[in-house]
Design a protein around this ligand. Structure first.
Ligand SMILES: [Zn+2]
Length: 133
C-alpha cells in the first residue's frame, strides 16, 4: 500500500497501483463513491482495480505507521525547500528595499512556490488521517 494521487481530483490518497492507471495514480474514496452510482462494477474494476485492495483501502496500524514515516521523511525534505524559498524571498526583499524596487517582483514566484508546498503538506496529512480511521 502506498500514497497515490487521485486521477480525478488530484488529492493524495492511499492504495495500490492498478496496471491500467499511470504510475503513482489511483482514485480516492470520495471520487470512487461518486462513480459507483454511475459506472458498472465491471467498468470500475477495469479502470481502478478492486475496491478495498487498490482503492478505498483500510490500512492496518502498521501500514499507517510506515506511510506516516514515509510522509514525515518527505515533509522534512519539502520543509527544507520551503525554508530555502522563504530565505531567498527574504534576501530578495532586502535587496529590493536597498537597491532596486523592481527586484521585489521576483518575490512572487517564490511565495507562490512556498504556499503550494504548504498546501501539499496539508493534503498529505489529510490523506493519512483519512487512512488511519
Ligand atoms: Zn479524487
Amino acid at each position: 500500500m502506498k500514497k497515490l494521487i487521485c486521477c480525478l481530483c488530484h488529492c493524495h490518497t492511499i492504495g495500490r497501483q492498478w496496471p491500467a492507471r499511470d504510475a503513482g495514480f489511483g482514485i480516492c474514496t470520495p471520487c470512487a463513491d461518486q462513480l459507483r452510482d454511475i459506472v458498472s462494477p465491471e467498468a470500475m474494476r477495469d479502470m481502478y482495480g478492486i475496491r478495498g485492495t487498490h482503492y478505498a483501502c483500510s490500512p492496518t496500524e502498521a501500514q499507517c505507521d510506515s506511510l506516516l514515516a514515509e510522509a514525515v521523511a518527505e515533509a522534512s525534505q519539502t520543509s527544507e525547500l520551503a525554508f530555502q524559498c522563504v530565505r531567498a524571498a527574504h534576501k530578495v526583499a532586502c535587496d529590493a528595499r536597498h537597491q532596486n524596487p523592481l527586484a521585489a517582483m521576483a518575490l512572487l514566484p517564490l511565495l507562490e512556490q512556498s504556499s503550494r508546498i504548504t498546501a501539499q503538506l496539508a493534503e498529505i496529512a489529510t490523506a493519512l488521517e483519512g487512512g488511519a480511521k
